[in-house]
Structures are given as C-alpha cells and as structure tokens.
Design a protein around this ligand. Structure first.
Ligand code: RUQ
Ligand code: CUA
Length: 684
C-alpha cells in the first residue's frame, strides 16, 4: 500500500513535469514556428489516456523513461547478435527501436549482400565453403564484441562469432557493413567467440564441441586420444580492418567442451579465461544405452576454467614451438603445459559465463547448476602459479590450481545463474535463467564500491522469461556506465499477441540507475527474428559513422576509391567480357539499354553519383538473382555470364524519388549469333 502511494506520488510529479514542459513547448511552437499547438489541459489529457488505456503508474514511468520523441536520438546503441538469423541487430536505447540489421552471415537483398554483388565477404574463399564449393549462406551469431582501446569500446569495429560454422565476422562501424568472414581451418564450430583483448590485439575464438583437429575423421571411441578443443587468437590488423591468419595462433586444449571466454584487463591484462562444462568427457549415445550428454556432462562437481597466458603464448609461437594445421599455427597441449601457457581452475557445476570485472582484479563464474556465482582473484591466481601451489594435474598434464586458494567469494543468487555484467556503482548483475530474473549484487574491492556490504545480493528484478545474457551500458569495459541493462530473454510466452507457434524473443530494458533494490523494468521489445544471444551497448556518440561514402566511386569492401568508378555511363567490350560502367542518380541509370549476346560475361560497375544523405539507389536484375544497394558515393560490381537470352527490365529498388518507377532500363540478351543492334564502343 505504502509502495502504491509512493508510485502514485511519482506519477503526479511526472504529470506536473509533462504539463510544465508541454506548456513551454507549446509557447515555443506558437511563437517560434507559427504553428499553433493546443497545450492547455495536457495533464488532464494524460490522465485520460492513462485511464482509458488502463495504465499503471509503473507503466507510465516506463513509457516516459524510454520514449524518444521524433527527431531526437537515442543515448546508446546496442549491438545484439541475431542467432541463427546470422545477422546483427542495432537497437537504440532507451527507445528500444531497431535501427539497423547488419547482414553478416546471411544474404540480405536490401543491403545487396550475398545476392550477386561482388563487394561482400561471400566472395572470399576463406569465408567458408560447402563441400561442393558454394558459400555458406547462414550462421549462428552468438557473441558480438566491440573493438577496444585501453579496455574501453572505441566504436571502430564489431566482431561476431558464428557458432555453427566456426567463423568470425568483422564489421566496420564507419559504414556498418561486414568486411570479412573468416573460417577457422582447424575446428568446426565455436562458442567462446568473439571476445577481444583490451587493445584489440586479438579476437578470441573458443571452440565448443570437441573434434579431431584439422576437421578430420576419428571414431568417437577415440574421443580422449583424438578429439580436442581449440582456443584461437585471431590477430587483428586495425589499419586493414582484417583478421590475419598468418599472424594468428591457437592452443590445443583437452576435449572438455570449452564454453564462454573473456579477456583480462588492467590487472589481468595478458590473460584469457575460458570455461568448460564437459570435463567428464562424456560422449553421449543415448540410443546405445549410454547416458545422454546432458547427464554425462553434469556428473562432476567441478569443471575447469582455462586460464591462458596469451602473452606467453605469443612468445612460444615466436620461438617456433607450434605445428601448423591448415595454415593455422597451433601450440600443442604439452607445449602449453611445459611453457606455463595453460592452467586450470576448478569451477562449480557446469559453468556458463565467465566475466572480468571493471578493475580487472576479479573474474566471475556462474555455474548453471549452482545457485552461486564464484569470484576469483587474479592476484591470488598469480601468486599460486608463482608458488606452484597446485592440487594436481588433469589427465592431460595441465596443472590445476586449488579452488580455495584462488576463489575469494561466492554469492548465492538463485536458480540458474548464467552471465554477469557490471555498472559504475559497484554492482554486478547476473542473469538467472531458471528463475527468470536478474540479480544485483555487490563487488568487493573493485573499481567502484556499492553502499551495501561487499559480496551480497541486494535485489532482483523479474524478467519474461528465461533470460540468457544480459547487457549493461558499456558493461564489458573498464568504465561501465550503469543507466540501463537489457535482459535478452529466450521465451516471450504470454507477453504478446500470439502470432503462431514460433514466438518472438523478448528484450527487456531495465533501469539500473538507482541504488539498492530499486531495479525497474521499463520496456519490452519483441524481436521477431533470429535469436539474440549476447549484446554490447555503447554510448551513441562514440560511433562516428559516415553519412555518405567519402568520395564518389567508393569501394566499400576495400574502403578506397575504385578505378572502376565513372561519372558518365559507358559500355566497353574487352575480350569476352562486356563492362558496363553505369551511373545512378535521381532518377535514371546510364546507360538505360544494355545489349549483350547470350554467353557474354557482363560486368556492371554501378556508381551512385549522389552526395545527399539517404539518396540510396538499388539495382536489380530479376531472373539473374541480382539485388544491389548502391549508397551515396558507392560503386558496386555485378558480374555474371548471361546464359539465358531474353529481355530483362532492370530497375531501382529504393523508392528514391517521385520518378523512382522510371529509374529503369533493359538488359537485352540476344540469342547467340544474331548480330549487334546497338553501336557500342570497343576498348583499344
Ligand atoms: S551463450 S547459447 Cu552466450 Cu549464454 Cu550462446
Ligand atoms: Cu533510384 Cu529508385
């Protein structure tokens, strides 16, 4: 009751604010723009709206806290993985508006991605191929990682892992386009990807399901001998914006089903942390009367957190102590042990997330089947390693640190803890999958100090339902922002009007700006696409995206001006190929007739001459599976052999002007041997 009274008081105050602001806006509008907007009685109207729509004080609080009026921008951008849609979603906060879907592992005709246009990574032979040589056209994107400088998001690049096919994609945040997809040549699949080291020296990719290295065959009866996990450190060349396999390396690890990863920072810089959850080395086979994986992999009380000294690993590679598998330098397991690159730390009960705190002093592990989170100290870890204070070795000879000598706290939170995030008030937040809640608890002796006593649970907020990851504003950096947290819920069940048996996921915005147990869920965002796993949230003003490409004739893949750009359309025959240098500007293509012969290879180089924000043109050739997006200043290439004669109207796909429908032309493919109709220029 007391609570209710307080809430109503809050609403009355809010309404008073709305009323005052409304009045002033009204005055400004009347005098400033000469538009008369009735303002009197806003408070009354707001009350009526509340009543008519049956809104509670909390609803109004949520609405007013997340609403971003037209023309105003969001404070944060959230990059969420799209699961097996293969894409990346860009969502504004606090409005929770979807601003962009970045085509990443899956073709998207709107973006001219994977549908006949050359300027995308599908063309690259390293990007992943089916056994018969075709590009792989989907992915299971899990963990996005923003590039970092000194442990802080720098807004330049985004990396994301494809769990299904063991690939990493690189997205350039100047134009929000995918520039590279690179497949791990040693192991199939990943999960602990992508996580970056504090200066984006490396992008970490941890495998999930063990397999024979080099993607070869070995019977499952030889699991212990032949199956392995792999932790890859992909070297990132920031100038080129590419991961470079020649400078990357990987560690062979036991077949323990490695899970999530995180990179150390500040005090733990130089270390990487990777969970595992099948140290039992269960091999399943329910149909043969064996325990299923879910039972076999949950036997032991402890699994092993993998602790990797990647700076040491760099030296080992420099000293040539590796073997090369399919072009990747791999440090053998026994070498990692001998050189002090790899250690194990016991971690309770099928752990899932491992997260490094803002100071880098601590790392937090959540055991799915344990109601606690366990907090370890990197100082204690270093001390234990220096003193060789081990409890023994695993079957592969890896030294195991003593749980009690490196753990500094355990906090009981509730059922099914998964992932942890941080704020700037000394709190940590952990998702509770089984409880459908997010728990807030206090860190001790970290960068910030909460008012409550360290290592205690201080509050929970229910979420709907089955939360996987959570993401807090700048929550993985050395300087988190607090303010907001988004709960990425797997199930939405009863939250929305049913639209059939395949339900949307539910992303919930939570206000974490106040202390103590004051956590408020503000807004529900259904996402009817893919399945967002993880997300990172960056301050919007750190992103400096281009409005139009820097110069007319820009090749978005190499991020340079291309010699294939023209400002006047022309057709040039060159050997067997017909080069069509085409321009696009409101509202025509030039040339509008393209006449070729059956069997000709035709290469369109289409340049959008526009310098106006948003003046994008499209280019489609129905029947030849071509859909291009040509953004202002961009040049794209479409290259195919015209095997089927006929008349193919091509047209602009974007509604670019009032005469957009007239922005069209004809591709005329004459049957072979019928002579030239239109005079065309021939290259010397
Ligand atoms: S994980 S299931 Cu990030 Cu919790 Cu992929
Ligand atoms: Cu250009 Cu429509």
């Amino acid at each position: 009751m007391e609570q209710l009274k307080k809430s109503w008081l809050a609403v009355l105050v809010l309404i008073a604010i709305v009323f005052t602001v409304g009045l002033q806006l009204g005055r400004v509008r009347k005098s400033g723009r000469g538009v008369s907007v009735p303002t009197a009685g806003i408070a009354g109207d707001a009350m009526e709206v509340m009543k008519a729509r049956g809104l509670s004080p909390d609803d109004v609080y949520g609405a007013l806290s997340s609403y971003v009026p037209t023309g105003r921008y969001d404070d944060y951008l959230m990059f969420a993985s799209g699961g097996h849609s293969g894409q990346v979603f860009v969502i504004g906060l606090p409005s929770m508006r979807l601003l962009r879907v970045i085509a990443t592992f899956t073709p998207d005709p709107w973006q001219g991605y994977g549908v006949g246009v050359k300027e995308n990574p599908f063309e690259d032979p390293m990007s992943g191929r089916t056994p018969d040589g075709r590009p792989v056209t989907w992915g299971d994107s899990h963990h996005p990682a923003l590039s970092e400088t000194n442990g802080d998001y720098d807004g330049q690049f985004l990396f994301i892992g494809d769990k299904a096919n063991g690939r990493i994609a690189v997205i350039d945040l100047r134009d929000f386009e995918t520039k590279q997809i690179i497949e791990n040549p040693v192991i199939t699949g990943n999960h602990g990807a992508a996580f970056v080291t504090p200066n984006t020296e490396y992008v970490i990719e941890g495998s999930q399901y063990a397999g024979p290295l080099g993607k070869e065959f070995a019977p499952i009866s030889e699991y212990k001998e032949k199956y392995r996990g792999l932790i890859t450190f992909w070297k990132f060349d920031r100038t080129k914006g590419r991961l470079v396999i020649e400078e990357s390396f990987a560690l062979e690890v036991p077949p323990y089903w490695q899970d999530l990863a995180d990179a150390g920072k500040l005090e733990s810089d130089g270390w990487a942390f990777v969970n595992s959850f099948n140290t039992e080395m269960a091999t399943g086979g329910i149909e043969k009367g064996n325990p299923p994986f879910e039972a076999g992999a949950s036997q032991a009380d402890m699994d092993f957190l993998h602790l990797i000294n990647w700076k040491k690993a760099e030296e080992v590679v420099k000293a040539g102590k590796f073997r090369t598998i399919n072009g990747m330098r791999v440090i053998p397991l026994e070498t990692s042990v001998a050189e002090g690159v790899l250690y194990f730390i016991p971690e309770p009960k099928s752990p899932h997330g491992v997260d490094v705190t803002p100071s880098g002093k601590h790392f937090v592990v959540a055991g799915k089947l344990d109601p606690h989170v366990t907090i370890y100290s990197i100082a204690k870890v270093k001390e234990a390693i220096a003193n060789k204070d081990f409890e023994g070795k695993d079957p592969f000879g890896v030294p195991i640190l003593k749980f009690d000598s490196v753990k500094i706290a355990q906090v009981e939170l509730g059922l099914g803890p998964l992932h942890t995030q941080f704020d700037n008030k000394g709190y940590a937040y952990t998702s509770l999958f089984l409880e459908s809640a997010v728990a807030r608890w206090t860190l001790g002796d970290d960068k910030y100090q909460a008012p409550e006593k360290p290592w205690t649970l201080v509050g929970k907020v229910p979420v709907h339902y089955n939360v996987g990851h959570i993401a807090a504003a700048e929550g993985d950096t050395v300087e988190p922002d607090g303010a907001y947290l988004v709960s990425l819920n797997k199930w939405s069940v009863d939250r929305y009007k049913n639209v059939g048996p395949l339900l949307p996921q539910n992303l919930q915005l939570v206000d974490i700006s106040k202390t103590g147990d004051q956590l408020k869920s503000l807004y529900d965002m259904p996402i009817g696409n893919g399945e967002p796993h993880y997300a990172q949230i960056i301050k919007a003003d750190k992103i400096k995206a281009w409005e139009v490409y820097p110069e007319v004739g820009w090749d978005a893949l190499s991020q340079t001006k291309t010699p294939e750009a023209r400002i006047k359309g022309e057709v040039v025959h060159q050997g067997d190929a017909v080069h069509v240098y085409m321009t696009a500007i409101r509202s025509h293509f030039e040339p509008e007739h393209v006449e070729i012969e059956e069997g000709d290879r035709v290469i369109f180089h289409i340049t959008n001459l526009e310098r106006t924000l948003d003046a994008t043109h499209g280019f489609s050739i129905p029947g030849y599976n071509v859909a291009a997006s040509i953004e202002p200043g961009e040049t794209v290439t479409v290259d195919f052999v015209a095997k089927r004669p006929g008349v193919y109207p091509f047209y602009c796909l974007e509604f670019c002007s009032a005469l957009h429908l007239e922005m069209a032309g004809y591709l005329l493919v004459k049957p072979k041997g019928e002579g030239t109709i239109m005079p065309q220029k021939t290259a010397a």
